[in-house]
Each structure stands twice: as C-alpha cells, then as structure tokens.
Design a protein around this ligand. Sequence first.
Ligand SMILES: Cc1ncc(COP(=O)(O)O)c(C=O)c1O
Length: 476
Amino acid sequence: MASLSPPEEAAASSYHHRRSKRYSSSTTNGVSAETVPDKRHKISLPPPPPSSSSSNFISLSEIEAEFSHHDPAFARINNGSFGCCPSSVVAVQRDWQLRFLRQPDRFFFDELKPNISASRAAIRRLINAEHEDEVSIVDNATTAAAIVLQQTAWAFREGRFDRGDAVVMLHYAFGSVKKSVEAYVSRSGGEVIEVQLPFPVISAEEIINRFRTGLELGKANGRRVRLALIDHVTSMPSVVIPIRELVKICREEGVDQVFVDAAHGIGCVDVDMKEIGADFYTSNLHKWFFAPPSVAFLYCRRSGGGNNLHHPVVSHEYGNGLAVESTWVGTRDYSAQLVVPSILEFVNRFEGGIDGIKKKNHESVVEMGEMLVKSWGTQLGCPPEMCASMVMVGLPVCLGVSSESDAVRLRNLLRERFCIEIPTYFRAPGEGETDSITGYVRISFQVYNKPEEYHRLRDAVNELVRDGFKCTSLTD
Ligand SMILES: Cc1ncc(COP(=O)(O)O)c(C=O)c1O
C-alpha cells in the first residue's frame, strides 16, 4: 500500500478496521460465495454496528480497494450527480446478471419476484414505512416523478380536478422533473406555481415563508392546490429543504397530495416516512446509497390516494398495484434492484452504518467547504445545518462568471485542465447588486474522497485567479 500523507491518515483514523467473515480474502473483489443470494434469498437485516465499538471497521485501504475502479487521475468530488458503487456490490450485481443469462426461465419464474421483494423489505425497514406494499422499486427519480404526475394528469382529464387547479413546486425543482410537470400537468389544464427561493440561503425560515406565499398564490380565486412537489435536497443550487415543516403546512392548508422528490435522499439525509408524512416520496439508491445505476424507490402512503398510480411502462402486471407492476416492465436487466441486501452488508462495515457514513460525509463536506471559502475569500451558499453531503461554495468574483454558459465552460475547464469533476452554478445578481458572488461550485463528500482532492480544487482556482483568468476568455 502506498504510504499515506497526513490528511489521508486523518481520514483513515475515522474508519476503523473490521475483519468481516462475509468478505473473505480468498475471493475476487472481496466477495465470498456467501454474499451471493440464494434462490429465495431470505433477508434479515443486520443492525447497524454500534458507534462505540472501535476495533474492526473497514480500513482506508479496504475503502480504496472498493473504489479502485475510479479513475485515479481525477479528483471526483461530485458524488451528487451519479453516485458511486463499491466493487463488492458490482460483483454481486454481476452475479445476478449471470444467473439470468445462465438460466433465464428459472430466474424469471423462481428468483426475480421474491428477491425484488427482499429488496423492498429492506427498503421498507430503512425508511420506516408501515407496509411493504407502500414501497415500489423503479429505475430512478425521473420515473417516479412520471408515475406520480401521470396520476395528476388523469385526475384533470377525468374531471376529478378542475381546470386551473394548482400544482405548487419549488423554482429549484430538478430540470427533468419540471419538464414532467409541463408534460403531465400543464398540458392537462393544471396551473403551475413556482415558489421562488432565495440563494444564498440564510435560514430555513426564509424557505418556509416563501413556500407559504406560494401556497396562498395557488389558492387564489378559490382554486385548490392539488399537489405540492417539494425537493428534499435541491440539486442546483443545493440546499436541504425543511421538508417536515413544509409537509405540515401543506396539511394545514388542505393541499390534496404531497410528493417529495428526494433524488438525493437515502444515505444523504434522514429518511423516515412516518416522520415526514408525505403521500409520495422517491429517493434514488444510486446517488448516496452505493447502488449501481439505476435503482430508486417510490414510497406511496397507503392512505395517500396511491391506488391510481401505475407504472408508465404498462405490462402484464397492470392493475395489480404499483409495487407489483414495477417488478416486471418487460424483459430487461433487473440486477440493480436485487443488490440492496448486499449494499446493507457494505454500509454496515462502517462505524454507525449508513447513519455513520452520512454524519461523517456531512462533517467533512462542511470542513472542506469552509477551507475553500477561507482560501478564496468567499462564502458558502447556506449555513452548514442546511446542507447534507453537498455544499455550494462561492467562487472568487474576479473569475467573472456571468452566465450559465460561463459556468458550463468553467466546469469543462476544471475537468480538462485540472482533472477535477465538479458542477458549477451561475447565480444571476439581483437588481442593483454589484460585486456579488455569481459563480458557485457544488462539492460533495463520499467515503472514497480525500482532503487532497479539495486542495486540488482550491489550488486550481487560486492559479486561475493569479493568472488573471476571466470566464469571458473561454469559448465552446
Ligand atoms: C432533485 C432531483 N430530482 C431528480 C433527479 C433525477 O434523478 P435521476 O436522473 O436518477 O432520475 C435528480 C438528479 O440529480 C435530482 O437532483
């Protein structure tokens, strides 16, 4: 093993080493035959390891081995976009794929459904849902949004909602989800209200107040608000939304249904269905829960009017409930949906399990963000308690980020010249604002990250500043 620099040693000390019987050294990619699911894989979730035991958690070198397929030339500080998958889970996924290829009939008739059910059971326990049939497994948050919004469209078309009834969503809703709202809601006669959010954000109160205003607008002229679509963690700019408070306000204000888009939910923020109380909640597992692409869950509260939800890809199971419909949407690769129990084995090698990972990622991303703003003389996009494992970091004003295209070009430059993967954001200055920060980067922290990757970003930006670089000098 290469010798560790001091920051790496610091990181290593927080992940203690544990020798796990499940990961014997005699197997490929650290996966023993025991991790390969049986035909009817029985799931009993191991409880997360207590945070007090200190001797046998995963070591830094084992973490490095789990992510050794990452390109070592790149500082990959953008887990938020596409997540990551450890090699032990990739190996289990590969095994599922081979099982199908080896004997497709048996796989389809005997193995697929019970094992998807095992994954759903695991998710149900993780998210504290009441019943397994409230949990469907779908490809991604985009698909989940289409499922929920399609039922909204039918309600307009079938006359259960009146033309002009409102759907309220955040201005910072994810681009593809906004398109889905356009396709399903606007085209069906629904009025869409976008709640404008401040950025940078100073407090959760600001968001709560703006949301209340958005709901009032939605209810103007006697209209009903039929659906509130709220992000749990916005993508860009990234901020943790006070979701519990907003769901409560929706209930008080008589909003029919609440759908939480938590594409960055599980593994990033606390996800407890009973506590949050939404009708629909989706989270990707391939962003912060170490799943291979692509797998997400869609939770539909039993009492939340989910009976009319259907998978947009209609197949043999149509009419048997969304969870069952989603287990067969035609011939395809279902392996990503089957590895959830193996992911639990992976996260439980860390002190505190997924909660321990979440906490460490949050502390680390705040530390790295503060290091960057100190060096660049800028500020974070929100207070630390309003970020999870990602935080917006202001770029030096002198770089002159003055449009979305500038932000994209700067992102490309950081990738091409400095081998740094990092999303960038343009914030248009408000009226009369001069010399405000208009460029931000969104940094992520995940278990494979090391402080020197953020130092590389710091030094790259400082080099650009020293050289008098301006975004206007960049062309496509
Ligand atoms: C808030 C939000 N919603 C939806 C999505 C879409 O996720 P996916 O591409 O996995 O469907 C993303 C992706 O980053 C997101 O951040």
